[in-house]
Design a protein around this ligand. Sequence first.
Ligand code: NAG
Length: 287
Amino acid sequence: MDKFLFLYSPSTSAGVMDLQYFLCWRIAPLFLLMPCGLHCMSVHILNEEPVYVIPGSSLDLKAQIKRGHLEDISTITWEHEPETGFNIERVTLATCSGRSLKCAGTRPNVRVSTEQQETTLQINGYTTADSGVYSLTVTDRQGANTSTQCIVREYEAVHHVSVSINVSHSLLVCTEAWGTDPRFSWRHESADITKAVGKVSNNGTILIITISPLCGHFTCIVSNKLGHSSATYTAAPCETENRSATAAVVCLLLLLSLGGVLAFLLWRRYRHNNRGERLHEHLDDTI
Ligand SMILES: *[C@@H]1O[C@H](CO)[C@@H](O)[C@H](O)[C@H]1NC(C)=O
């Protein structure tokens, strides 16, 4: 307050000075005496929103209470309500109250603790019904409330992957329906995408094709923490592959026929030799 006066006093008139004195010495103490409720305390959930939880695992929400001393807090309440729907009903999950802010959950799988300037909520064995809006309300001794909310959703598996072609722009576009945090990757003929084949966009959903003419199998693989799913776009067979396949077939046929000819020659020689011997034996008998 002194600083405030020094800054302005040299250049201001006496009338303004009086007003400032009045403001500083008569009104300012009133602010100091006011209950430090809404204006001072703040609560803040530290998790990144929205929070995604895999069913069966546990949901952990952590919140920070700022500028409020634990002695000033009378109650901490954690509540839950669905995110959408017609009959949105807010349900109390846990409350912490009393001098030592003792916490109690309303369900066996709910755990709440409050320490220092932090309060945590844990729900074990998360189910779809636990998705929704979580509210945290801190009430001070004067009865003033401060609250914050956080959206929690179920972590969903990858669904319905598909690949479509944009012929005019030589693009392959991969889409996925509603999986959480999908990661996209591409393969061509079961191998990684090389510069000769194409270029994958930054988010991975688009493959800009450079291979010409367009040929082979292009597979888009979408994955997240729960697994992966894929879809394939099949173009005309690649020529190089065709040529080598034909060459292989021709080679095989040549080898087979060569083998056949060799076998035939051996068989003929064997038969010839046998007949010769038999002739000899016959002659020996008659002599
Ligand atoms: C093809 O891609 C271009 C560029 O992304 C886009 O403007 C166009 O609408 C696409 N065409 C079709 C048929 O999707």
